[in-house]
Write a protein that binds this ligand. Structure first.
Ligand code: DAH
Length: 339
């Protein structure tokens, strides 16, 4: 019997050594130490032993049970530690690893240009005004002193919706809306989208962008128009930029001018950007026509004003040296990613 017990011990220790999983070890515990286990089985036969043998075998049985119990609990501890380490390893979080890059969008070059112009003018005390892209014929033309027979009103120049509505051809109608809804002093810029019946090519798009400016107050003079635009172009194109006013005609201003700036690329020497001129035309401007003031209920004897309007797409093209306006509206990421 002693022999059997020692055999059981030897087998048990071997087996315990062999396995590495908690449930396997638990099975071994049941196999050797359980109620129907091998040791219990042997001890059942103790009754047959003599009175001298019984305590001796009992002692061996207890020692064997104790050793197996210890081996099992040691093994379980060992497995617990291994499992814990494995879990820690699997869940490891390296906070120094570079994160996944999230691609964030950015502003379209036209929006960037608009923002820049807005920033400069709001810095000079201008407020930003807005008007609808679908405008009345009256606001877009009549109120701006462009009578029925004016060439800009031609069907082939303008997207009419019906007799009285159209896609605005310019941001100038925001002047009318502003003067009708607020009393002078008025000092606004109005950025927005405009539409004309134009075949798309490198320099024309049926949809384009303008920024309008309007100042109305007592004693506003052309000197202030020149000073304002001078300060604007210096901020936008550089401190040494000069302006040149060329006489022109717009129905809603008198006198009217087209305004050129010295080429920011060649500084006036002549290059491909300014087509050898040294000057670049960037906007139209003038003193608000008395008829326009009258049409909005403002007395031209008491008030005067200046206005200007620039093509944002054109300025963006000049500034970023973009040679085809269509690139701005095709949404090709290879193009847009450059800005
Ligand atoms: N609306 C004009 C155009 O689309 C631009 C313009 C010229 C606006 C002179 C003005 C201005 O306010 O005073 O060509």
């Amino acid at each position: 019997m002693k022999e059997q017990l020692l055999n059981i011990k030897e087998n048990a220790l071997k087996e315990i050594n062999k396995y590495e999983k908690m449930d396997e070890i638990e099975k071994l515990r049941v196999k050797y130490l359980g109620k129907k286990g091998e040791i219990t089985n042997i001890l059942k036969g103790m009754g047959k032993l003599s009175a001298e043998e019984r305590p001796v075998i009992g002692k061996v049985a207890n020692e064997v049970r104790g050793e197996i119990e210890k081996a099992i609990s040691d093994k379980k501890e060992e497995i617990k530690i291994i499992e814990k380490n494995e879990k820690l390893k699997a869940e490891v979080l390296d906070v120094t690893m570079p994160g996944k890059k999230i691609k964030i969008g950015k502003k379209h070059p036209i929006t960037q240009m608009m923002d820049e112009v807005k920033y400069i003018f709001t810095g000079m005390g201008f407020k930003v005004a807005e008007g609808p892209e679908i405008e009345t014929v009256f606001n877009n033309f009549d109120a701006l002193n462009a009578p029925k027979n004016h060439p800009s009103r031609d069907m082939s120049d303008t997207f009419y919706i019906d007799e009285n509505l159209l896609l605005r051809t310019q941001t100038s109608p925001v002047q009318i809306r502003t003067m009708k809804s607020a009393k002078p002093p008025i000092k606004i810029i109005a950025p927005g989208r405009c539409f004309r019946f134009d075949e798309p090519d490198a320099t024309h798009s049926p949809m384009f962008h303008q920024i309008e400016g309007l100042v109305v107050d007592k004693n506003v003079t052309m000197a202030e128009l020149k000073g304002t635009l001078d300060a604007f172009v210096k901020q936008l194109f550089g401190e040494n930029t000069k302006t040149k006013f060329r006489p022109h005609n717009f129905p809603f201003t008198e006198p009217s001018a087209e305004v050129d700036v010295t080429c920011f690329k060649c500084k006036g020497k002549g290059c491909s950007v300014c087509k050898g001129e040294g000057w670049i035309e960037i906007l139209g401007a003038g003193m608000v026509h008395p008829n326009v003031l009258k049409n909005c209920g403002i007395d031209p004897e008491e008030y005067s004003g200046f206005a200007f309007g620039m093509g944002v797409d054109r300025i963006a093209m000049l500034k970023y040296e973009i040679d085809d306006i269509r690139l701005l509206f095709e949404n090709d990421m290879r193009f847009l990613n450059q800005f």
